[in-house]
Design a protein around this ligand. Structure first.
Ligand code: SF4
Ligand code: F3S
Length: 103
């Protein structure tokens, strides 16, 4: 599961699609955690899609991650600033890849 204390245990290494990326990153096999308020561990996400399909405010967008061992697509929390903290994505993800502040 995603480390809920990632913001203390990892360092920000850059930005993609407007969201912070927390390392370590070693493309294409290791992609780190994307987002801060809504955070997705790209190394755990298997592209199930339930988060994206069910988020009431459409926080997520698909991105291609060719060559990643867990899945070749991931969800970017592109609109994390719109999150209403309903926690649906945290509860629904089958591999616990998402952390939302307060969860
Ligand atoms: Fe969307 Fe709710 Fe997850 Fe926020 S907590 S990203 S509003 S599903
Ligand atoms: Fe990935 Fe979990 Fe969403 S596997 S696509 S973060 S439901």
């Amino acid at each position: 599961a995603i480390d809920p204390n990632f913001d203390q245990n990892r360092e920000p290494v850059g930005e993609e699609n407007g969201v912070t990326v927390w390392g370590p990153v070693d493309e294409p096999e290791q992609l780190g955690i994307h987002g801060t308020h809504v955070a997705v561990d790209y190394d755990i996400c298997i592209a199930d899609g339930a988060c994206l399909e069910n988020c009431p405010v459409d926080v997520f967008t698909w991105v291609d991650t060719p060559g990643h061992p867990a899945s070749e697509e991931k969800v970017e929390p592109t609109h994390e600033d719109q999150c209403i903290d309903c926690m649906l994505c945290v509860d629904i993800c089958p591999v616990d890849a998402i952390d939302v502040d307060g969860s």
